[in-house]
Design a protein around this ligand. Sequence first.
Ligand code: C5P
Length: 344
Amino acid sequence: MPEAASARDRGLSPVIRLAPAKLNLTLAVLGRRDDGYHDLHSVAVPLALADRLSLARGHGRLDSLRVTGRDAGPAEANLVLRAIAAARARLRGPVDPWPVAALLDKVIPVAAGLGGGSSDAAAALDAVYDLWDVGTTLDPAAWSEHRARLARELGSDVPLFLPGGPVVLTGRGERIEPLPALRGSPPGVLLVTPAIAASTPAVFATLDADPAARPSGSGSTRAASEHLATEWRAGMNAAALVVRAGVLASANDLAAAADAVVPGLRSLRRSLVRALGRPVGLSGSGPTLWVLYASGTEAASAADRVRVGLGDGSIVAPGAGSPSVISTTIAAHSTRDDEEGTTS
Ligand code: C5P
């Protein structure tokens, strides 16, 4: 047995995964279902912005999690531990699923519409089997179905992170179709996240209850989302995507509901449009606002302008504190290929 593998067998080497943020380029709400969830159609991409999750053999009897960087909040931290517990509960056969010591370096803003907690859970699912050294002996199709089922049970947004690239998501968000990688140099993305959480259930509930929160132009978001998916299946190039920024920025059926749940979000969006002269979109149920650029460098200079505007009061954000202003890019290639070495 090679030395690296035996080190892993003993759980001596940590298993490390990057857990990228996601951006919904489109988000159409097709209707409310009998189970209370909503059927969606969305094209989503992973970003270079990522949390870093490291799993190693724990010394105690229970799984543990230490978080550095941003405060993950109890719900997101729980999702990592729940993913590990769910993976252990499903293990069959002669495997000793040791207690796990998890270390999460949190970079992605929390409860922001960027899927950070869900991505951490997907990364935990992916990493923990590697740590326990199981899965490699199973039939790959059965193995990927096993992981997909666990991901669905953990949350609507968890499965979208398993392929590691652009996806179309349908159903309540759990039905995933991987799309081809974006061609060309990755577009820059400016993210502005007010320091105020937008609860996803509250945003969906507002959409159901408040006629003013219903999207105008019935079906236009769905048409834009399906059109983007169709184009993308044939191959999408980065420059062509950036040209579509205006259509994409208005293709989120949760935007009016998020504005109702987060007072001040609408005026922040308007002031960003004024300051940057670019379309501004909402990711997921918010409150993160996004702006697409041709490059990461352009996004970084836009971030500087936003920081200046926040400083001189020409841009005002809701929430108890300054918003996060982050420049990043759409992930250049599969984030599953980005995984840092485990034991090899
Ligand atoms: O699946 P998850 O627990 O992440 O969803 C959180 C909440 O968001 C759900 O309880 C529901 O209120 C809302 N939701 C929805 N339709 C979806 C996804 C989420 O109504 N497709």
